[in-house]
Design a protein around this ligand. Sequence first.
Ligand code: NAG
Length: 165
Amino acid sequence: MKMVIISLLSVLSVLSIMCDDGFPSDYLYGQNAARADVGVKPLKWSKQLTRMAEKFLNKHIIHCLQGQLVARYSIYHGQNTARIPGFENLTAIHQAVEMWVEQKRYYDYESNSCIGGGNLCHSYTQVVWKDSKEIGCSRVTCRIGGSLVACIYRPLGNVAGQRPY
Ligand SMILES: *[C@@H]1O[C@H](CO)[C@@H](O)[C@H](O)[C@H]1NC(C)=O
């Protein structure tokens, strides 16, 4: 029994070494500012969603979704993911958040669609999605270098036929 507990503890500590959550404010500040800009209430931090983000990131730690960003945690949760080459610290978190928030310029409220071709505004619309109340995020250093950052949102955003706010 003691052995089981010890090995369980070492598995847990390895998991938490691989993921570096930063502080909730590293993720929340920029995203809640973007929400406030359009009159939407702030997201609340969820430890449960943070664990889900860690689980997702640990699964992709080798290649960190290089060249494809289609993977997500589940179809029941909203998710934003960003691969940030060159940064393996908190800067990667700030860059990921900035990247999502900056997509605002590709979102057209009138037509409720992305402009400029492609789907370049859906990370932004998830950030400001009014019905999303909770968020949990984490960051991992990829084996090939750089970081992968993921945030998971509940309830999920980008529901077809609805506006974010
Ligand atoms: C993060 O890493 C980059 C690149 O290695 C470095 O320039 C920067 O100063 C680091 N930032 C922090 C907050 O440690």
